[in-house]
Design a protein around this ligand. Structure first.
Ligand code: NAD
Length: 287
């Protein structure tokens, strides 16, 4: 039984993964970050250094980490998955595609110690399904970090049908060490957050496609009339329109319900490389 989590393997250095890495480093964990894309890894180092230095200006609860020797001692950025072999806990944030994740989990199962838990930071794929891809379904749990993780105080945790009480406790301890409050929910695709939010974002895209309103007006109604912090299209841009589209595909495949069919405008934008804030163009342009 695993007692203490000190070094965490984070797989996937994309939009959400980088924020998770910084969040872990801010809270005293060591990290091995793995991605199979060289340009993602190059960008990762730069973004992580910047966030560790500057995020505490936005959130005074965080302490800046600017000593490069400290960062080098606590963070290993690599393309070699084998380097997670001594990690105490795994957080997986790779592309929201079942076939990619399934291959990765069988590799992790071979590489990681028997007692290590796997947390899937998936947007929509069932945690019970992911557990079934491993030989350790009791040690698979969902942690749905929100973007950017280091600024969020609450996290949705998903208990798969096989997730053990010990895995929940190990996860709770780790997240409480990150000053997070947990909302634990049961498992169905999309969980609570994305089963609802993706309908919102998709319908907002349909509204723009139907030329009912421009994106800024759609978002303005949500912010100024409903009091939301962000509108649905700003949120989609922040998540990444490709990730939103893949997540809708998972919801559609899982529930076989047409309410989750992805808006053609969203598909067209993704095909045209408009992936949202991470590439500086989506429903909005970013400088
Ligand atoms: N973007 C968000 O706000 C958000 C929030 C919560 C959860 N998620 C989930 O997190 C995951 C990642 O989303 P994202 O938005 O960061 O996507 P992204 O496309 O920005 O990043 C995914 C990263 O995974 C890497 N990758 C793909 N296959 C890999 C493999 N086999 N081994 C190592 N690296 C691999 C890619 O190179 C890429 O850098 C998805 O499952 C998504 O649903 C995203």
């Amino acid at each position: 039984m695993l007692k203490e989590v000190k070094t965490i393997g984070v797989i996937g250095a994309g939009n959400i993964g980088l924020g998770v890495v910084c969040d872990l480093l801010f809270h005293g964990f060591d990290v091995v970050l793995v991605d199979n894309n060289d340009s993602a890894l190059k960008k990762a180092a730069q973004e992580i250094f910047q966030t560790l230095r500057f995020a505490p200006i936005i959130d005074k609860r965080l302490n800046a980490i600017s000593d490069e020797n400290e960062i080098a001692a606590r963070l290993n950025i690599t393309s070699d998955l084998e380097e997670v072999k001594d990690c105490d806990f795994i957080i997986e944030n790779i592309t929201e595609k079942r076939e990619l994740k399934k291959t990765l989990y069988s590799q992790l199962d071979e590489i990681c110690r028997e007692e290590v838990c796997f947390a899937a930071n998936t947007s929509c794929i069932s945690i019970t399904e992911i557990g079934g891809w491993t030989n350790r379904p009791g040690q698979v749990i969902g942690i749905h970090f929100m973007n950017p993780s280091y600024l969020k105080l609450t996290v949705e945790v998903i208990k798969g049908d096989y997730t053990s009480e010990n895995t929940i406790e190990v996860t709770r301890t780790m997240l409480e060490d990150m000053n997070k409050e947990l909302v634990i929910v049961n498992d169905l695709p999309g969980f609570v957050s994305n089963r609802i939010s993706h309908l919102f974002m998709n319908e907002a895209a349909f509204v723009v496609q139907d030329q009912l309103a421009k994106p800024s007006d759609v978002d303005k109604i949500f912010k100024e009339c409903f009091g939301h912090k962000m509108g649905p299209l700003e949120t989609a841009d922040l998540i990444g329109l490709d990730t939103v589209m893949y997540s809708l595909e998972v919801l559609y495949e899982s529930f076989q319900d047409p309410k989750y069919r992805c808006c053609p405008l969203l598909k067209k934008m993704v095909a045209g490389g408009k992936l949202g804030k991470k590439v500086k163009k989506g429903f909005y342009e970013y400088n």
